[in-house]
Design a protein around this ligand. Structure first.
Ligand SMILES: [Zn+2]
Length: 202
């Protein structure tokens, strides 16, 4: 968290990484020593990037919702460990990133998996040796199928989850703040979205 306020002497913006009301700081413009006022604005990394026009972290696309002012980031990496490892976690990272349909799919897959898995354990405990209850085989099959399905989707999201996130933001009217970044151009090219990027650049 950083802070931003206007110099009480020259009225230019002063940006600081940290500080609290009443702290004395020197203005880079007029060299006057001024106190941090009560109305100083605190900001996060994303909004600082926006206010100064630079300072975007590399490897990230910054999307902004022009209506709400909200900023979200999407990674440009070829393989995303975070999405691979955590997309399947009830779809929570995807829901946070507003990919609601995919987030819900992961949620229900996880729920079904848990259901069959717990059924499996309860049937197992009543099962007698020598005869396999019919339900048991069905539960085993369902559990295995769901497990493979979830792992496959995890791999898919490790590879292409960021593409889906980026497309989703663009389709919902979000704007890219750092579109001049070459890494972003490369990412769209890798995602076979050159045409989309040309539209974005206009
Ligand atoms: Zn000043």
């Amino acid at each position: 968290m950083g802070i931003k306020f206007k110099c009480s002497n020259c009225n230019k913006d002063i940006l600081l990484q940290s500080g609290k009301t009443g702290d004395m700081v020197q203005c880079n413009e007029c060299k006057e020593v001024v106190a941090i006022p009560e109305n100083a604005i605190t900001f996060t990394t994303a909004s600082r990037a926006e206010s100064t026009g630079s300072g975007f972290r590399s490897g990230k696309i910054y999307f902004k919702n022009l209506k709400s002012g909200e900023v979200q980031t999407v990674n440009t990496c070829k393989w995303d460990w975070f999405l691979f490892l955590f997309s399947g976690l009830w779809g929570i990272p995807l829901l946070i990133k507003k990919l609601y349909v995919w987030g819900s799919i992961f949620f229900f897959l996880q729920l079904s998996y848990l259901y069959y898995y717990t059924q499996l354990s309860s049937v197992d405990s009543y099962g007698s040796y020598g005869s396999t209850p019919p339900a048991y085989s069905a539960y085993i099959l369902s559990t295995i199928i769901l497990f493979i399905l979830i792992i496959s989707l995890d791999v898919y999201f490790g590879l292409l989850g960021n593409k889906l996130l980026a497309v989703n933001y663009l389709e919902n009217g979000w704007k890219i703040l750092n579109k001049d970044d070459n890494e972003i151009k490369d990412a769209f090219k890798r995602w076979n979205l050159d045409n989309v990027f040309e539209e974005v650049k206009k």
